[in-house]
Design a protein around this ligand. Structure first.
Ligand SMILES: [Zn+2]
Length: 136
């Protein structure tokens, strides 16, 4: 998608705060962008690096999809191509996984599309080692 404007990661992350709502408005220049708070919290608390391949988020791009503005995180792969970094549900929503950020992690779009059941054992381990930080 076409980037209307780019913002450094260090500029955007401090604007997130501790949102209580599902959608938050982030003031970026003249535009107040409405974004998913849990997705932004993933980047803030899990980090901006893909858990599998290590691609690091470099900038947020403001994009327009129809009438809606969106803010997506991008990094670069080894060929210097842009790769989007997504907020991935560790336990998929379809399997009852939580919508909230503690069930999410940062994965690039390449690794996210590759992921499947082969990661299940890793997911179990993730929960075992992080059990105390979850809010049930
Ligand atoms: Zn990756």
């Amino acid at each position: 998608m076409k980037h209307l404007q780019k913002f450094p990661v260090e500029h955007v992350l401090p604007l997130i705060g501790w949102p209580r709502k599902v959608k938050i408005k982030i003031p970026l220049g003249d535009i107040k962008t409405s974004v998913s708070s849990q997705r932004m919290l993933t980047y803030k608390y899990d980090g901006i690096t893909c858990r599998y391949c290590g691609i690091k988020g470099r900038f947020f791009a403001l994009e327009k999809n129809g009438k809606k503005f969106n803010l997506n995180l991008y990094g670069y792969d080894e060929h210097n191509h842009e790769v989007m970094l997504t907020s991935d549900h560790i336990i998929p929503k379809s399997k009852g996984g939580s919508f909230y950020y503690w069930n999410r992690r940062c994965l690039c779009s390449k690794c996210n599309s590759k992921r499947g059941n082969e990661f299940l054992w890793e997911q179990m381990n993730f929960f075992r080692t992080n059990y105390h930080s979850f809010q049930f």
